[in-house]
Write a protein that binds this ligand. Structure first.
Ligand code: C5P
Length: 237
């Protein structure tokens, strides 16, 4: 099915340390966002990539992507983002035409997701799931705590059974109409949703998980940059 990919890339990337907005930081000399756009365009189904840029950097991001060589089937548009990821996705979604039935939402911060993962998400939507999330089992045990101040001991509330937990990645895939309805219905309270599938869950619609991929990890902290560059070097070897 004809598929659009919305890439929210308007975050500042505070946890990565000082510097340019996260999506514009380089991995082996190429901005993360460029890797992420290529990763989406690698799927034969993707006809449109909507990049949601930091508002003040929108012209720069347009320039950056103007020279990018992509398959002929794939168009790229750049729109300015919002205060939260949820708002940025909503703004990106508004640029997807009604006749595109499937929408992916993919973090610019997951630049190395393999095309097989992208395709398996699209396939699961095609097979009838309104929302599809790639995810992996956890290595760490997870505890729910009462969040405290920096460095203060935090009381533990619960330890969910690890085997039942999944760490979710992107691209998440949606039936377009369902995702639009979710964004129109669920208000962006506080920091907004960090995960579009969560909005669809709140509509009461089914969300399914398909296997994610180790290389779809999110570049969040400085160590993740080291790992991402090592993965790229291995691919080129
Ligand atoms: O902060 P976090 O890592 O959860 O951000 C996930 C993605 O959402 C990143 O690609 C980031 O650029 C994007 N984002 C956005 N607009 C915001 C905040 C985050 O597009 N206001």
């Amino acid at each position: 099915p004809r598929t659009a990919a919305v890439i929210p890339a308007a975050g500042r990337g505070v946890r990565l340390g000082p510097g340019a907005p996260k999506a514009l930081r380089a991995l082996n000399g190429t901005p993360m966002l460029v890797h992420a756009v290529r990763a989406m365009a690698a799927s034969n189904a993707v006809v449109l990539v909507v990049v949601v840029a930091p508002p003040e950097d929108t012209p720069g991001v347009r320039n950056l992507l103007a020279d990018l060589v992509l398959p002929d089937r794939t168009e790229v548009v750049v729109v300015p983002g919002g205060e939260t990821r949820q708002e940025s996705v909503r703004l990106g979604l508004a640029a997807v035409p009604d006749d595109v039935p499937v929408v992916l939402v993919h973090d610019a911060a997951r630049p190395l997701v393999p095309v097989d993962t992208v395709d398996s998400v699209i396939e699961a939507v095609r097979d009838g799931a309104p929302a599809v999330v790639p995810a992996l089992p956890l290595a760490d045990t997870v505890k729910e705590v009462v969040p405290g101040g920096k460095g203060e001991p935090e009381p533990v509330v619960a330890t969910p059974e690890r085997a039942r937990l999944r760490a979710v990645q992107t691209p998440q895939g949606f039936d377009r109409a369902t995702l639009v309805r979710a964004h129109d219905t669920v208000p962006a309270d506080g920091e907004g949703a960090t995960d579009c599938a969560g909005l669809v869950e709140r509509l009461g619609e089914p969300v399914v998980v398909v296997p994610g991929h180790e290389e779809a990890f999110k570049v969040t902290r400085p160590l993740d940059l080291v790992l991402a560059e090592a993965v790229l070097a291995r691919r080129r070897a």
